[in-house]
Design a protein around this ligand. Sequence first.
Ligand SMILES: Nc1ncnc2c1ncn2[C@@H]1O[C@H](COP(=O)(O)OP(=O)(O)O)[C@@H](O)[C@H]1O
Ligand SMILES: [Mg+2]
Length: 352
Amino acid sequence: MASVEVRNLSRSFGTFKALDDVSISFEDGGFYALLGPSGSGKTTLLRLIAGFGYPDQGHIAIGGESVERVPLEKRNIGMVFQSYALFPNMNVFDNIAFGLDVRGVPREDAAREVRRALELVQLSELETRRPHQLSGGQRQRVALARAIVINPRVLLLDEPLGALDKALRLDMQVELKRIQREVGITTIFVTHDQEEALTMSDRIGILRAGQLVEEGAPEDIYRRPKTRFAATFLGEANIFEGIWTDGRLRLADGTLLETAPGAGRGATGEPGCCLIRPEQVRIAGENDGGTGNRLEGRITRRLFAGNWTTVFVDYQGKTIRVGQANTDFLKLEDGSKVTLAFSGSNTIPLQS
Ligand SMILES: Nc1ncnc2c1ncn2[C@@H]1O[C@H](COP(=O)(O)OP(=O)(O)O)[C@@H](O)[C@H]1O
Ligand SMILES: [Mg+2]
């Protein structure tokens, strides 16, 4: 087990910068999600940590030891890809034992390690099956066992659940988390599924065009993102644009929005934007005076989702999403005029 330290890492393909000066720390035993659009450099970052190729610039340390010039086979890292790449002609046991054989681990020791890994992924009964006799989820577990059996210092997972259907995916999320806790291994997990990143990880890093845009605990990034990109990439977002006026944002119609303090606030006269999450917006009742931000709008559409309704409200030609818990019986109809209320402390200034 070990921490991973990445400093000022860059990697280009021709003139294209796939990774651009990325610095990030992965703590020992933590579960990290790397999130970002397709092509943002997630796989490139994992491959450099694993040792598939070398960076153009920057440093990588594993357990405090500099590894950017250490070849892959000496880094002792376990890796699982979206395509499992099991050996089709070998059974489950031999697939898992392969990495130990390559390392010259004696047969008896190897057998013990393989059985322990099989137990961990709960596949002990299936060790003589071939990959084609397994379900997608089971193949994925074999791949995980194969990565863990070598007792790696770090586990790198590149969209390992991407090929599974929704139900299986949710099961595997729970399984993966359990296994990671049991082994206590530092894990870096690439996903493009934001919910997966929020529920599974201790910390999230968001990549965009080869750069690390933001990094932090899931709840912090969700509730108080610093950038417009992170605010809109992670979760549903209402974004207001305007001109900064003494820490408040002046909208086009002259309304002044109170905002929370933060680096995203610009100096008076500068253009800027702020975020309010749908679940932080209330539809105010008739005698509901209240303070904070208030906007008059008109309901255009409602999406009923059982415990929750998303209400779409038109405000000056802009659609605002309101998350309404279905616990009360506010009479809401399309076309009704409503007052939206939300507090300044939940209105987060954003850097663009
Ligand atoms: N070996 C390569 N040769 C040329 N371009 C590459 C290579 N590997 C990755 N890229 C490019 O680098 C960018 C980042 O790729 P990648 O790290 O795979 O993104 P992600 O995993 O976030 O989808 C993409 O535009 C991709 O086309
Ligand atoms: Mg990728």
